[in-house]
Design a protein around this ligand. Sequence first.
Ligand code: ATP
Ligand code: MG
Ligand code: MG
Length: 373
Amino acid sequence: QRLGYFTAVLEPDAQSPAGLVSHHHIQTGYDDPAGLAQLAHLCQAITTEFENVPAQALQTLAQTRPVAPGAAVVGIAQNRIEEKAHFAACAAVSGVTCAPYAVIETPAQLQAVQDNRADLLPGILKTARMGYDGKGQVRVKTAEELAAAWAELGSAACVLEKMLPLTAECSVLVARGWDGQVVSFAPQRNVHVDGILAVTHAYKGNLPPALATSARDAAVSIAQHLSYVGVLCVEFFVVKDGSAHGSLVVNEMAPRPHNSGHYTLDACDASQFDLQVHAMAGLPLPQPRQHSPAIMLNLLGEVWFDANGQPQEPDWHSVLSLPGTHLHLYGKVQARAGRKMGHLTITGPDVASVKAVARRAAGLLHLPGQDAI
Ligand code: ATP
Ligand code: MG
Ligand code: MG
């Protein structure tokens, strides 16, 4: 809308922030044929902000309109089993593999993992579908715990992933056009607390340069291998391996603009959302330029409750008196623990001052991950 476009949103939730602010809200299920027909009638190009929209719905829309990213790649990203198979298929070119893993879909596959499987245990059992923010994941140390965890997850299709010793995590945003043109942002370093992104560091020196270059190259080759169109975020682990900086392992990908790229709204001359619009509309993709170092702090529902669990209005007055703070609230009607309600980006003239302000703001709001700033 800021770029001058008419927007329509298909989303079943009456209180969805996107539905509330867009020009047109088609309030129906993602696979409702009438809703999809109306969306295709209203729009010249279509994208998804939510990776669990049924791939079939995107397929239907693609019969009459350009849809980016396409149903096939969204389908891969929706399923960790297919996603890992894709990463393995392009490992020779991307130069990165994923963590050792086993597919757990049947009792026989579960039985095959015994306590002596040091290549898989201790590990994390993750549902193949629908997990986010660490939901649908259970950490297990033994075969017995694994069996209990699989039952807890409803014996759904899962992957068991070896728990790796991480020294850092990072992600890369890539945008690719219909013509194959690719641009990317420099990798950002991410700090997760309890499986949820807490802090993103986006500035020169956030990662060892060689590692940053490898991550960026790997993300671009993963996007190219998928013939991806639109903005793709690829998440990586940096794993302790005895070398000075550790080695890169690919974790997962998100077929959309990503939380770890929200800093681009305030710190770059084109944001990840600008590039998504450019890609879907077939416009050129300018190489984005970051003009300020930045740190992004996620604001979860906890911020709206005091130490006794009573609702409170956060101290925005103090936070916004700090220089270079950019507050983004998403308009979600109800704050809940662990729910992403907004984020605060801090920009400044240099990394030291950005860190100093980020520490002050995180302290004022009692945010997690403060020791990592
Ligand atoms: P997202 O909200 O990013 O989609 P998700 O629920 O899909 O999250 P993952 O990215 O798989 O979850 O894992 C969440 C976090 O848990 C990771 O960022 C990392 O901190 C930790 N983690 C996941 N897998 C491993 C692993 N194999 N070894 C060590 N830590 C891990
Ligand atoms: Mg995920
Ligand atoms: Mg993740």
